[in-house]
Design a binder for this molecule. Structure first.
Ligand SMILES: Cc1ncc(COP(=O)(O)O)c(C=O)c1O
Length: 435
């Protein structure tokens, strides 16, 4: 599809793929091959020196994965996109590259558990310094911690598990005043509900495992780069480091900035991180992700509407202490939701179970429709007690800072009938509180 000014609804189905270039196959074909033929000696040189763009080896480029990357790029209106084998691979590769050589990363103190643990205790093993920003809603709190080695500010557009929202434009401005890019995990929102790059973020990262693919059938991740961010050479020398690996046609070494001034991050991730860490998305999983994305709009519209019904219902139940979702009555995020999420702030929310630990155990055990596991964004509704599962690796003080009490129940709303879901919750409450 030529890049016209099509709407989101059209692009999520057609962008990044031209059937005529693929034997008129209506679906994006699965290029299930490790490697691609160079054809001849001169073409090999042209491809390896970046003059001719063609797939070489599926660890780095593959046409099925490429169609997905281009579709994601267009949905987020970025300069370039790159897929990874998981959301964590996308996030870790991005942050490791940005922090290369002793940088530090600032992050909101409530994130998906795997990311938070990576920042707090894993990247630090590689000499990356990381700092949790306790006052995570306050742009000034980020700004106060930025120093000459800060390489990124990191947060989630809709946080997991509490569906917190942030004033992303104000936090981006604070970071940009110091020449620091803002990285936003837009997994829970998806580009349909929120486009981070249009609101100040420089880099969007995704788990494709969740709402984007939407069927709980694959593990995948992606990074979309806005382009145009000025990486100052003193703060970000890695963008200017010349390498023979990305040489030009005359075999002169180039830097990521020389190679692709509009999207140096994606080039560096592809040529070094995907190449050498090797966390490549498989063509089959790219195909599944593309298939899932073609119903993104309808899925999210229905899931958001059902979420709002469930939130209202749970707010009326005595077995529920509180409900956290921007659509909940009294939510502190109502104004941010109105400003940034005109289509609704997603299908993930949490509630406080108003009973004992034993009653919570009974409640979860009594649910029939809701599955009990750690994924989210599935067509099936999911429920989980975050403090002991998705965020189970955290000590009490970190859980307290992230606002995750023991009785927090996280819900990811699927595509079932809303009344059936409500009836399932109610019968489980009844069983748990029967005695
Ligand atoms: C918000 C968020 N970001 C990233 C990830 C990691 O993605 P993946 O499981 O695809 O590695 C998750 C996984 O739960 C998540 O919820």
């Amino acid at each position: 599809m030529s890049e016209q000014n099509y709407s989101f609804e059209t692009k999520r189905i057609h962008a990044g793929y031209d059937p005529q270039a693929h034997n008129d196959s209506v679906n994006v074909p699965i290029y299930q091959t490790a490697s691609f033929n160079f054809r001849d000696f001169d073409r090999a040189q042209r491809i390896l020196r970046g003059v001719e763009i063609a797939s070489v080896y599926s660890r780095v480029t593959n046409p099925t994965v490429g169609a997905l990357e281009e579709r994601l790029r267009q949905l987020d209106e970025g300069a370039a996109a790159i897929a990874f084998a998981s959301g964590m691979a996308a996030i870790t590769s991005t942050l490791l590259f940005l922090a290369e050589g002793g940088g530090n990363i600032l992050y909101a103190s409530s994130l998906y558990g795997g990311t938070q643990e990576t920042l707090a205790n894993f990247l630090t093993r590689f000499g990356v310094q990381t700092r949790a920003v306790a006052a995570r809603h306050d742009p000034a709190a980020y700004e106060a911690l930025i120093d000459e080695n800060t390489r990124a500010v990191y947060l989630e557009s809709v946080s997991n598990p509490n569906a917190e929202l942030y004033d992303i434009e104000a936090i981006a401005e604070a970071a940009h005043r110091h020449g620091v890019p803002l990285v936003v995990d837009n997994t829970v929102a998806t580009p349909y509900l929120f486009q981070p790059l249009k609101h100040g973020a420089d880099i969007a990262v995704y788990s494709l495992t969740k709402g984007l693919s939407g069927h709980g059938s694959l593990i995948g991740g992606a990074v979309v780069e806005k382009g145009g961010f000025h990486y100052d050479e003193k703060r970000f020398p890695q963008f200017y480091a010349k390498s023979y690996k990305i040489r030009d046609i005359h075999a002169n070494p180039r830097s990521p900035i020389d190679f692709a001034p509009e999207f140096p991050l994606v080039i560096a991730l592809r040529m070094f991180y995907l190449e050498f860490l090797g966390a490549a998305l498989s063509p089959f999983d790219a195909y599944l992700a593309l298939q899932g994305m073609s119903t993104l709009v309808e899925r999210l519209d229905k899931q958001v509407a059902t979420t709002q019904k469930l939130v209202r219902h749970l707010q009326s139940r005595a077995e529920v202490q509180w409900v956290r979702h921007p659509s909940a009555q009294g939510s502190p995020y109502a104004a941010l939701a109105q400003r940034y999420f005109p289509r609704g702030a997603g299908a993930l929310f949490s509630f406080g179970f108003n009973g004992t630990r034993e009653q919570l155990r009974e409640f979860i055990g009594a649910l029939r429709l809701f599955s009990y596991h750690v994924n989210l964004g599935d067509v099936r509704s999911l429920i989980v007690n975050s403090a002991e599962t998705t965020h189970g690796e955290f000590p009490p003080e970190v859980l307290a800072q992230a606002d995750i009490p023991w009785n927090l129940v996280r819900v990811s709303v699927g595509l079932e009938n809303a009344d059936d879901l409500i009836a399932d919750l109610d019968q489980a409450f009844q069983k748990a509180f029967a005695g």
